[in-house]
Design a protein around this ligand. Structure first.
Ligand code: ADP
Length: 245
């Protein structure tokens, strides 16, 4: 598969909770290197799509990454195929330092004690590079629990980067962030793009506007519009369910 081939192909994806159709026949196609915003009102099914891609909820239909079917696979199998996600509330090891968090993420499978005893000199270049990318080089010895809200989100993204995730699914990464943190997160998203495919679940239209990228709008479990920010904003269906509110 080349750079422009279909990378993440979702067809007729459905998720039901006790007969309620949270995701109701969704098609999404992403190319390698795409940055796609997924927007829609609360309850539209955005997080459930991420849960379905990562195997956290049972789904039907098809989700293929480079032709490999993910539906029916287990969470750890899907993670091993290079699919990583963040949560609305960052899940980092609060008692461990930034470096230790990254080291553990990078070395899943190695003994935690081996990692905790490692000296800085033994920390791999890949981890140091990620520290720079996520803007936490000056905080490598800081306990994750005392990081600012935005920094925790960046650390969580860093943990996906050291695992070499090629598809990143970010659930409202700028929620609760200050203006300055949003700005820095925007720069981070641009830095981690390139060959990686990034899906960002988002509410904030202002944040999206600074990216020349495509948006999929979800409402009641269905994709109701796709296009640039300007295109979806001008779409009456979108205004009705989302932007007009
Ligand atoms: P969004 O992320 O767009 O706000 P969600 O994907 O979180 O929407 O939720 C879609 C719908 O599915 C909502 O009505 C929500 O209440 C419902 N839902 C989500 N997860 C569950 C669950 N585990 N059990 C039952 N209903 C759920």
């Amino acid at each position: 598969a080349g750079m422009s081939s279909e990378y993440l192909q979702i067809r007729d994806l459905r998720v039901q909770f006790d007969g309620f159709h949270a995701v109701d026949g969704v098609d999404l196609t992403l190319m390698q290197g795409d940055l796609r915003f997924l927007i829609g009102p609360n309850g539209a099914g955005k997080t459930t799509i991420i849960d379905a891609i990562t195997g956290l909820v049972k789904s039907t239909g098809s989700i293929q990454k480079s032709g490999v079917e993910l539906v029916g696979k287990k969470v750890h199998q899907i993670a091993r195929l290079g699919i990583g996600r963040t949560f609305q509330t960052a899940s980092v090891f609060e008692e461990l330092t930034v470096l230790q968090n990254l080291d553990i993420a990078a070395g899943a499978g190695r003994s935690i004690w081996t990692m905790l005893r490692r000296r800085p000199a033994e920390i791999g270049d890949d981890i140091l590079e990620v520290l720079d990318t996520i803007g936490l080089a000056d905080h490598r010895e800081t306990k994750a629990g005392v990081l600012a809200h935005g920094q925790k989100q960046w650390l969580e993204i860093g943990m996906l980067l050291v695992q070499n995730a090629s598809v990143l699914l970010l659930d409202e990464p700028v929620a609760g962030m200050s203006g300055e943190e949003r700005e820095e997160t925007g720069q981070l998203l641009r830095r981690i793009g390139g060959e990686r495919t990034v899906v960002v679940v988002e509410h904030d239209m202002d944040f999206m506007r600074s990216f020349a990228t495509s948006v999929s709008v979800l409402a009641r479990g269905k994709v109701i519009a796709e296009g640039s920010v300007a295109q979806v904003q001008a779409n009456p269906k979108v205004q009705e369910v989302y932007l007009g509110t």
